[in-house]
Design a protein around this ligand. Sequence first.
Ligand SMILES: Cc1ncc(COP(=O)(O)O)c(C=O)c1O
Length: 349
Amino acid sequence: MNFDNSSSDRRAQIRKILASLPRVTLANLPTPLEVLPRLSSALGGPKLFVKRDDLTGLAFGGNKTRQLEFVMADALKNNPEIFVTGANIQSNWSRQATAAAVKMGIPIVLVLRNSDMQEIQGNVLLDYWMGAEVHFVDEPDMTRIQEHIDDMVAELRGQGMRAFKLDSWSPLTAIGYVNMMVELQEQCETLDIAPTRLWLAAAGPTQAGIVLGARLLEWDIKITGVAPLQWTNATMPDLTAQVANEAAEMLGVELRITPDEIENLDAYIGAGYAIPSPAGLDAMRLAARTDALLLDPVYTGKAMAGLIDQVRLGHVTAEDTVIFVHTGGLPANFAYRQAIQEMSKGNET
Ligand SMILES: Cc1ncc(COP(=O)(O)O)c(C=O)c1O
């Protein structure tokens, strides 16, 4: 396969722009790009690869570590004495943010949704273990957690502390995934593969960075996100395009992304966010028993269920070469051990 010089020139240009932004090293990069031969043949094609962003390395890793390299560096400019962030009780962002804060030697307060008082397991267990101060809120709406985080920042500032929010929706989060695309394209060239599709679990910022990265690289690859939830404040394509455009502005590039460029499938959420779906658990079991690929029940399992279904429907074909971006989330397996234990009883793959 021939690649002209221009793809490496474009990568060099993007790397130069990225290098102008403050960044702390948190991730082990590049993450591996691995082939999934047994899962591919179990699906009757397509050719499958996995980008192992579950191996970014920070306290069990995941996609948020790449994002935090830029978010944390920016936050440090404020000379913070305490960080605040949060999300759902099994938040992978919060675990990785806690680990990043620990590495910076700065305490962190987490505000976590825990309406049904789940047990202390998985991610939240690790939050405690790394020393986060955890506050639970009984908030049914995922979108409104940001208000609780802002309230906590205000409260701590009221006590005279330099409290600073680590913002999981900052455009800098998307920039972490522009960087991933540069890395991934180079790996594809080294392996001499020309992927047609890129597949991931996506709730906004990661897909925003991936779509923006592909546009900057002029990389002709179809990108599909699979939603783990529906936001109540806007549609996933709207939110994703918005973050992508804020990131583009921050990078000083002209191009703009429109919501119709964002393919995000919402058919695989199942009963709701963070509720394991039968199809997701099935997909997790198949991945585990073909290529020993461990997924999670909240994000990557549902994304894989989507991919399997789209192969079944003939929308992804044996002619396709698909890269599944493994965004991590593995500690949640332990919080959902009952569902996983039930599924492991069957012997079939
Ligand atoms: C394991 C995992 N995959 C995917 C995502 C989605 O990432 P984003 O919100 O950046 O789209 C998350 C978000 O928390 C996650 O934890």
